[in-house]
Design a binder for this molecule. Sequence first.
Ligand SMILES: [Zn+2]
Ligand SMILES: [Zn+2]
Length: 140
Amino acid sequence: WLPVVCWLFAMSVRMGHTIQEVILMALFGVFVWTLIEYSLHRFLFHIETRSYWSNTAHYLIHGCHHKHPMDSLRLVFPPAGAAIICVPFWNVVAFFASPSTTPALFAGGLLGYVMYDCTHYYLHHGQPSKDPANHLKVTN
Ligand SMILES: [Zn+2]
Ligand SMILES: [Zn+2]
């Protein structure tokens, strides 16, 4: 995803934004991503489901990860799936932002996602010994 992020930053620069502005927009994108990830996990991924189909949907979306947390092939979201999800997210950003700020804001969100996935992967498969990483890893 990182080449895509760089390419989008360059797009905003070409449309007339300075590097400083692009960095600010990227930080904002990372911040918004963090809020989205938290809300998704808190309110959607761990929703209480009762019916057969909602249980199945929940398992496919997120339950499988908690069932098999150390399965390294089911740890990071597949790129093809992420690419599809990018489209509505891009449209939401484009709705609120101007054409020249949309690429940088979106790239910031994408960057936040990449950092989140790397942190997540590391917490599962790494052996953090120092805080804050050590504090984040809870094994039960
Ligand atoms: Zn979870
Ligand atoms: Zn996990």
